[in-house]
Design a protein around this ligand. Structure first.
Ligand code: ZN
Length: 141
């Protein structure tokens, strides 16, 4: 594939992507991204952007000193969930999710719960039927 802007050669290179997650900024330089040799344009497709956003949300949830409703909302959107979907996954009601998303800070239990949902999606597992025993080698007796 050639550059859609200048028709130059696209080559995979180290890339620094900044994602704004609520009040935090996450600079991620862990991935290689195809970039134009001539004009430097990067090929950031929908899939790649989604991965950057989920990874940024995960880092903020796990490592930021304080996390609030804005960041929770960002994390929910990276999962493609509506408030009622997140409520179902966390076994609470949508009004509770809405309250959390307006809070200044959310607690560590909630941060870890949402982080676990993101990791699940990163591993290609569905978010419905969370408690399903889908690893036959690890039986829940
Ligand atoms: Zn180019």
């Amino acid at each position: 594939m050639n550059c859609p802007i200048c028709d130059g050669q696209m080559v995979p290179r180290g890339y620094e992507h900044t994602t704004v997650v609520g009040t935090h900024r996450v600079v991620d330089s862990t991935a290689m991204v195809p970039q134009c040799e001539k004009c430097g344009a990067a090929d950031l497709d929908f899939e790649r952007l989604g991965r950057y956003e989920r990874r940024a949300a995960l880092i903020v949830l796990l490592e930021a000193k304080t996390v609030g409703g804005k960041e929770l909302r960002f994390a929910r959107k990276t999962l493609g969930l509506r408030q009622e979907d997140l409520a179902r996954a966390l076994e609470c009601n949508p009004q509770q999710v809405s309250r959390w998303e307006h809070d200044e800070t959310i607690d560590m239990r909630l941060r870890l719960s949402v982080a676990a949902l993101i990791e699940r999606v990163e591993h290609g597992k569905p978010l419905d039927d969370l408690a399903q025993d889908d690893r036959p080698e690890l039986r829940v007796a």
